[in-house]
Design a protein around this ligand. Sequence first.
Ligand code: G16
Ligand code: MG
Length: 223
Amino acid sequence: MLKGLLFDLDGVLTNSAKFHLTAWNNLAKELGITLTDEQLNSLRGISRMDSLELILKYGGQEDKYTEAEKEKFAAEKNAKFVEQVETMTPKDILPGIPELLADAKKQNLKMVIASASKNAPKILTRLGIMDEFDGIVDPATLHHGKPDPEIYEKAQAIAGLKTDEVISFEDAAAGIESIKAAGQFAVGIGDEKLLKSKGADYVVPSTADLKLSEIEKVFEEKE
Ligand code: G16
Ligand code: MG
């Protein structure tokens, strides 16, 4: 029986991805690295330091910098990102999400955030929905980022639920892989072919198409 929902943040509840990707693209340019759209998109859902390592790899610069220099680049990117977060308001909640959260509340479902972002509390506060959630996984406690199952396993533990009692929502390929590795039901938001190839159980093109009753039908069939 469905008892909880686990949410990725960026790309699911709000579109902070555009801020992440712009900030990364600008940093890459400063480092003399030109990223293709595909390379830039591959950073979605990937943790801060893993994103930087990927960018350096794409630019053939994986051995060029010391750890201290890399920390400095990541901090620079984050400062630019946080500047953008400060401009966010409840209007930045993605379409369909307020209705989804309200439907979940009516059913007394537990709700937990499984975001790789260390800025998640800041973002949720700006959106005015911090109090809707029963908990947030602290990404600083993770040993492995998405696609590893750890973050979704921890979110499920915070909700205090079993694998077959939760539905998890993700926009990123790495996130769907993480959910499926944790053995949970995965709802993908975005490209159907890509997300289904990673094992998504249900895919919608946009958050506006999320309808809890429809998703639950498919969830119950799978049970
Ligand atoms: C988000 C974004 C990623 C970002 C990561 C870490 O994850 O999708 O692009 O690199 O968090 O964010 P920060 O630098 O703020 O710690 P998610 O899991 O919410 O999609
Ligand atoms: Mg995401």
